[in-house]
Design a protein around this ligand. Sequence first.
Ligand code: PMP
Length: 381
Amino acid sequence: MIPGPVEFDNDVLSAVGKQTSSHVSQEFIDIFGESLEMMKKVWMCPDGQPFIMAGTGTLAMDMAGANLVEKNDRVLVISTGYFGERYADLFDRYGADYRILRAEPGRTVTPESIENELRTRKYKMLSFTHVDTSTAVKVEPQPIGELGRKYNVITILDGVCSVAGEEIRQQEWGIDVVITASQKAIGVPPGLALLVASERAMEKFRNRKSRVQNYYADWTNWLPIMQAYENRKPAYFGTPAVNLVAALNISLQQILKEGLGRRFERHKRTGMAFRSALKALGLKQVPADDCVANTLSAPYYPTGVQASEFLKEVNNAGVVLAGGLHPVFKDKYFRIGHMGKITVEDTINTVTSIETALKKCNYRFDDHAGITAAEEVLTTP
Ligand code: PMP
C-alpha cells in the first residue's frame, strides 16, 4: 500500500513473464498499436499524440521538458511539493527562464495567483503536479487548463500519481501534456514512461527553432515510431520494452472494462474511507481539506509515535506503507498509497494494520474506531 509500485493484477504479471516476441512481429505491432489507442481513451484525449517509452516517470517529465522548452523560454512551475521542485530543476537544464509559484506544504497555489502571474508576465509554458506524492496535495487541473487557453500557455500536468485514478479529461479541460509512469494507477510494473500530447503541444514542438538537446527523449526520433505502430507498421528507433508494453495492453483493457467513471468513483470512495478512518483515529493529514487526493493519504504521526517504530510494526502486521518524502518534514508523516486495483478488503486490512501498529506504539484511541469509520464509508450505497 505504498504510492507505487502498487500491487499488480495476475494477468498483467503473466504478460511480463511470457517469452519476449520480436518488436517488429505482427503480434507485437498490434499490441503496441492498440495500447496507443487505448491510452487516448484513458487520458480522454481522442486527438492527442501518445508516447510509450522504456523509462520511468521522470523520463516522461523529461520528454515534455526536452521537446517543448528552448533556451530562455519562460516557464512557470506550480510546486506543491517534491515533484514540482524536480520539474523546476529539469527545466533549468534546458535553459528555461523559469519561476516557481510555491505552495506552503499541504496547500495548493490558487488559480487566482496563477492568473496574476500569467497576466503580468508572458509565459510559454506552465507545469503542475496533479497529486504531489510527497504531500498528497491534489491540484484541480480544469481551471489551470482554462488559464492555459486564455493566456496561450502550454500546460503540462505531472499525473504520475493520478492518471487512471483521479479524474482527468485532458482534451475537454485543455491540458496540453499529461504524463505518467506505469507503476501507479496504470497498474503495470515500473519501467514505462507514458505521455499524451495535444495537437497544440505537437505544433509547438514542430515549430522549434533549435535542436532538441536530449537524444533519447527527442520526439523527432520517436514520433515516427509511435505513428508507425498506430498504423500497424513495423518501425525501429530503440528497442521497446516488449513485455511491459504487453502488460500495459492488458492493464489498459482492464481499466476500460471497469469504466473510467466507475474507476474514479472507486478511488474517490477509497480515499474517503481512509480519510474518515484516519480522522476517527485522531490523525491529522498533511493536505488541507480542500486539496486532498484520492490516490494517496499522508497522515502525521500522532505525538509520541516514532516513524521507524510505527513503520516496522505496520509491516509486522502485514502491510507495507511508505515514510514521508518531503525533505522539510519527512519524519513527521507517513504515506498510504491507494490506487490501482485496491479492494474493500485491502482498505480494511490496511486500516486494521495501522490500528495494530498504533497500539504497539502505545497510542490510545477508541477500539476499532478507524475500521468502523472506513466500513461506514465503504458500505454506504
Ligand atoms: N512525479 C510524481 C508525482 C511522482 O509521484 C513520481 C514518482 N513517485 C515521479 C514524478 C517520478 O516517477 P519515477 O519515479 O517513475 O521516475
